[in-house]
Write a protein that binds this ligand. Structure first.
Ligand SMILES: C[S@@+](CC[C@H](N)C(=O)[O-])C[C@H]1O[C@@H](n2cnc3c(N)ncnc32)[C@H](O)[C@@H]1O
Length: 401
């Protein structure tokens, strides 16, 4: 089946099931998957795409389907302890493993969607990097975060295979790490918060929102600060929505014919865009660096460009050097020096990405890493300047002035 047929299938399936795709937009095959393009001018506040709640892939949808497929004396107990990532990743993977024959027991209901998702070789999150590409991250926070994520996801994957192999050995064998990783990456790079399809759309509702997939609504790429709304039409009064409930994406800007349509994934630093989505933005104003300070006064802080958010770090460093009840002028000098030293040491550890990219590193990956490291350097430089300002123009305690 050609890529265009796959996308047409996705559109037909969405519409057959009560979804909507604006007649003046089309899905375009591009290198990294697909993009959504206007085939005609779109006025402001156009509703572009809607996904009925019934097509959303949630933890519960995955749990129900897997419980039916793995119907044996005991697996249910195991499945209820799985995280939403485990359930949704195995649910997506089972579309490939079980197929749409009788073994699917009619509970694998997302084939047109699953087939439209980017193939593994198109994914660019660091868990899909080659050794040489990962090596380029050494010395940065993202290197450690990648290793942590690899460890965590691999352990979750191993945990899933146990109950599956008690039911069907072949299915367990076919659930390879590569297949699970691909599905888990699809989830991390396309997830919406579950609050969007809950009765109370409040983002401050109790409990942490879970990641869910909203076929169709997830087809737009990201543009920073793009004015968009995710509009919920919740029908019914109980906790279970009535048929016809859906979530829509509305773009508030006018879009000219031929232009790409964008969603807004929120203000995210490149570390998060790369780790979760596999892309980066040049000179991303939302970049941050994670500072971890050990010791009794220790903690973790995120500092942004132009030393945004550095004040709590400064107070912490000052508190660590100060001996009396009030900081002295010397304490200020010591703290400024300690903060500048820390920033300089972190800067020295960052990889040098200005050198020509080694041949076995893909160009798009090298570019992402360059964007990220440039942001880290810029923030650390701003922190050094911030420390300098504290040293020369800092708050000097009243009794010493
Ligand atoms: C929710 S999907 C969007 C649809 C996607 N293009 C596809 O083909 O399935 C998110 C993925 O799209 C790609 N993407 C989104 N915004 C991007 C951007 N501004 N630049 C490059 N890639 C982007 C990344 O691969 C990301 O993981």
């Amino acid at each position: 089946m050609s890529a265009q047929d796959t996308l047409q299938d996705l559109k037909d399936w969405l519409e057959r099931n009560g979804g909507f795709l604006h007649p003046h937009v089309h899905l375009n095959k591009v290198d990294s998957g697909f993009s959504v393009v206007a085939s005609d001018d779109l006025p402001t506040d156009s509703k572009i795409v809607s996904c009925p709640f019934t097509l959303a892939i949630t933890k519960d949808v995955a749990l129900q389907a897997l419980s039916v497929l793995l119907d044996s004396p005991s697996p249910l107990k195991d499945l209820t302890s799985w995280s939403e990532r485990q359930l949704i990743s195995v649910y997506l993977s089972f579309h490939w493993i079980v197929g749409d024959g009788p073994s699917s027991k009619n509970v694998l209901t997302h084939f047109p969607y699953v087939k439209s998702l980017p193939a593994r070789d198109k994914l660019r999150t660091p868990l899909h990097f080659t050794e040489a590409e990962l090596e380029l991250l050494k010395g940065s926070n993202l290197y450690g975060a990648t290793l942590d994520r690899h460890r965590e996801w691999k352990a979750e994957f191993e945990e899933c295979r146990g109950p599956i192999s008690t039911v069907d050995r072949e299915w367990a064998d076919q659930l390879t790490w590569e297949l699970y990783l691909t599905a888990a990456t699809h989830l991390s790079s396309r997830a919406f918060p579950s609050t969007l399809i809950s009765q109370n759309l409040s983002l401050t509702s109790p409990g942490t929102p879970e990641p869910i997939l909203l076929p169709g609504v997830d087809s737009l790429n990201h543009a920073r600060a793009e004015p968009v709304s995710w509009v919920q039409s919740y029908l019914g009064s109980g906790p279970v929505a009535d048929a016809g409930s859906c979530i829509s994406l509305v773009l508030h800007n006018h879009v000219s014919a031929g232009a790409e349509l964008f969603n807004n994934y929120g203000p995210k630093p490149n570390s998060e865009l790369i780790l979760g989505y596999g892309f980066s933005l040049p000179n991303n104003p939302d970049d941050t660096i994670l500072l971890k300070i050990g010791g009794p006064h220790g903690g973790r802080w995120e500092v942004g460009r132009e030393a945004r958010g550095a004040d709590p770090v400064w107070l912490n460093v000052l508190g660590a050097v100060q001996e009396g009840s009030e900081p002295t002028y010397d304490d200020h000098l010591d703290a400024a020096e300690a903060l500048a030293d820390m920033a300089q040491q972190l800067m020295d550890k960052l990889p040098d990405v200005s050198i020509p990219t080694p041949g076995d590193v893909r160009e798009d990956v090298a570019l992402m890493i360059r964007h990220y490291i440039e942001g880290q350097r810029d923030i650390l430089q701003s922190l050094i300047e911030y420390a300098g300002a504290k040293e020369w123009h800092g708050d000097i305690p009243a009794e010493e002035t």
